[in-house]
Design a protein around this ligand. Sequence first.
Ligand code: UD1
Length: 429
Amino acid sequence: MDRIRITGGNELNGTISISGAKNAALPLMTAALLTDDTLILDNVPRLADVAQLQRILGNHGVDIMTSGKRPGDSEYQGQTLHISAKTIIDTTAPYELVSKMRASFWVIAPLIARMGEAKVSLPGGCAIGTRPVDLLIMALEKLGAAIQIDGGYVVCKAPKGLKGATIDFPKVTVSGTHVALMAATLAKGTTVIENAAREPEVVDVADCLLKMGAKISGAGTPRIVVEGVNRLNGTRHTVLPDRIETGTYAMAVAMTGGDVQLAGARPELLQSALDVLVQAGAVITPNNEGVRVARNGAGLSAVKVSTAPFPGFPTDLQAQLMALMTRAKGSSLITETIFENRFMHVQELARFGARISLDGETATIEGTDRLRGAPVMATDLRASVSLVIAGLAAEGETMVNRIYHLDRGFERLEEKLSACGADIERISG
Ligand code: UD1
């Protein structure tokens, strides 16, 4: 298994190009199942999760053509996928494929909406709490689907098609909102999604669905209204930049010091995180090409932060912020409100000499001047990258093991960081 070796202590200086958002690319690819026309997606990141979803779609009979760069494309432009679900040959998504990635479960929505049946294995993905699918099932049942759990599979039937309904989510759920939105586009009549997730990735998917002929209003607000249509058409859509990747590199620069342009980043997608970084001592300057992040010689300040649905501080940046706060002056408090058990990075950060105590959903981090490199590993994507951030600032060598999860969500991580002066390399095998 590949590992990443880091020798800490270098400042980061230069430019990092921000890739397309994984969490938008995955539902956008899934939405291709809604139409027998071709959906063309630009700026799709080259990630293990994207490749995995390509395999899952292939299993349903979807043809995917990947095209290379075109004249005028920048060096770092993501890939373009031409996705054609002209004929769906199989409405089952098997355990072997779905168990590797939670978002693959979402194929259930376009399959039931277009084909009237779907059989999808209960999902896997990052080990960050129980992550049930009860609300996704509730949404599909509201739209008239009959659902049974059989042998680890969710078996979903709606032979006469789905019917519009009001879906009121008891808690904000990104996955629930994606599933409800996709399914409602082809349902008969009007669907109202209450307490909908407002995440930018939901808005990006809604924008693409609109171009495909869907009738949607209110995406980006807590109330989304969908008028069902008979069919959707193909279109061309560019995946929005990854706000979590942006925030991660911004925290890396705040950690090491230096001055980095995050090219292609959109600051409004992560304002709450940028506000926290400013409070911690970073200098954030939005400009025409993205966001510039710098930190001068002054130390970092402690912060108090709770994760929350968008526009709050994202849970997907919680681990990275905790790594950063291990070097701040004073005590920081970080409360995780979205996922239980999303603190697996705490014991690994302790290997660097970080002082963190946990009390229920809240971590207290006592900052220290000195982190020391260590062998570490993590079992989820964002936790893994928090260890890289700690390693960049730690004295001596850090070896991050089991980097499979990093490859799921961060494109060319070691390449992007080493181009800015980090001493970081991938060791194969
Ligand atoms: C998505 C993101 C993930 C991010 C999360 C929260 C993708 C591919 N993943 O995950 O990176 O951390 O949003 O911003 O976009 N819940 C239920 N029942 C359900 C569904 C969810 O109880 O049926 C709970 C979850 O356990 C969690 C909360 O709702 O406590 C939010 O989960 P959700 O927003 O659905 O997260 P994901 O879509 O899985």
